[in-house]
Design a protein around this ligand. Structure first.
Ligand SMILES: *Cc1c(COP(=O)(O)O)cnc(C)c1O
Length: 394
């Protein structure tokens, strides 16, 4: 096992431990507890004098393999696997604040993430300021004496705006606050928030990490000190632990992450280029195209484009619905990062709970559509987009 292996190698071999049977594939340990050789051994384990597992809510062998492998990929010291992406986001934020603290977050957030900072945290006396995260000056202006956490996603859902992660980290370091980055849209292949100065990275493993639509999962990654001092007790005692079955599914899923993300990105880039010159399309936003509104920041912090494309159709909701309903390969689904190409109309699904004004602020119009590229043949996808756009009234 070597820390210097490149991601594709790490994702197949990293973190593997084998039982006495020396199985090829990672084993799944469906066990709640662990037995001790003696009372003294149990005592020593509870005192932390010996390594080993205590109870599956704290940690277990299959989850441990998944955590180690993700740490090797991310360049993190420690990670904690959780039952869903939202369990991970909630833990990463709530474990480190108390009543009287203040959070600054980008307003362009996944709906449930926005609920955590905008609605849930204030119930417990933690204030939150939402900002337009594209401009660093807004982050700086929002800082208060009690600011403890900065939270952001980049690229954002669904309009694929980006936030200057290194810039936000510099501001946070000046006041001793922590930066938590939800890195789902970038994937661990294309963006390394810890290297950019962020303190904590979270994933919904439900997306590209599983990548095959099977199970929910999440993970929080950081340095050893933060995990032990801020997250450990919250994690052990509130119980968001991932099922070992899901940890096993995800371990097998990430073996093919680089292959899938490469094919998805190639497909997404081709679709974006095709749509950009199509007369029924008002605008395409794709990190990786030169006309992305923040192409300079994309180039600075991302090593690849995106598996997602945001498009605005002329003709509003009617055009968007006709287009989606006419697609034959691409399925209508609010999920993303899957091997199957998926498409969603954010205004009536993922972002339906926002006010018209909040949607407009985020750049979501009635003609806005989010496309998540799968691993199908790109020529077939382009043909599907072309025939579906033909059905949209000009
Ligand atoms: C899906 C998603 C989440 C939530 O993950 P779940 O696994 O569905 O709980 C959080 N953040 C982003 C950006 C997501 O896309």
């Amino acid at each position: 096992m070597s820390k210097s292996w490149r991601p594709a190698t790490q994702l197949v071999h990293g973190g593997t431990t084998r039982s006495q049977h020396a199985e090829t594939s990672e084993a799944i340990f469906l066990t709640q507890g662990f037995v001790y050789e003696s009372s003294e051994a149990a005592e020593a384990r509870f005192k932390g004098e010996t390594d080993g597992f205590i109870y599956a809510r704290y940690g277990s062998p299959t989850n441990d393999m998944f955590e180690r492998r993700m740490c090797l990929l991310e360049g993190a010291e420690e990670g904690r696997a959780m039952a869903s992406g939202m369990a991970a986001v909630a833990a990463a934020i709530l474990c480190q604040v108390k009543a009287g603290d203040h959070i600054v977050a980008a307003r362009a957030l996944f709906g449930s993430c926005r609920y955590i900072v905008e609605t849930l945290a204030p119930k417990y006396g933690v204030e939150c300021t939402l900002v337009d995260g594209r401009d660093l000056a807004n982050w700086e202006k929002a800082i208060q004496k009690n600011t403890k956490v900065f939270f952001l996603e980049s690229p954002t859902n669904p309009t694929l705006e980006v936030v200057d992660i290194a810039g936000v980290a510099r501001l946070a370091n000046q006041i001793g606050a922590k930066v938590v980055v939800d890195n789902v849209f970038a994937t661990p292949m294309f963006q390394k928030p810890l290297e950019l100065g962020a303190h904590v990275v979270v994933y919904s493993a439900t997306k590209h990490i599983d990548g095959q639509g099977r199970c929910l999962g999440g993970i929080v990654l950081s340095d050893k000190q933060w995990i032990e001092e801020s997250l450990q007790d919250y994690f052990r005692h509130t119980g968001p632990a991932m099922s070992p079955f899901n940890a096993w599914t995800l371990l097998k899923g990430i073996e093919t992450l680089p292959l899938r993300v490469r094919q998805q990105t190639e497909n997404a880039a081709r679709v974006a280029d095709f749509l950009a010159s199509h007369p029924k399309v008002e605008r395409v936003i794709y990190p990786g195209r030169k006309d992305h509104p923040q192409a300079d920041i994309v180039a600075k912090q991302m090593s690849g484009g995106s598996t997602l494309v945001c498009l605005h159709l002329k003709g509003g909701k009617e055009a968007a619905f006709t287009f989606q309903n006419s697609l034959e390969i691409v399925e209508i689904s609010n999920n993303l990062g899957d091997a199957k190409s998926l498409i969603t109309h954010p205004g009536t699904t993922t972002h339906k709970n926002l006010t018209d004004e909040a949607r407009a602020e985020l750049g979501i119009s009635p003609g806005t559509i989010r496309f998540s590229a799968g691993i199908e043949d790109g020529d077939d996808l382009l043909a599907d987009f072309a025939q579906a756009l033909d059905k949209v009234k000009a």
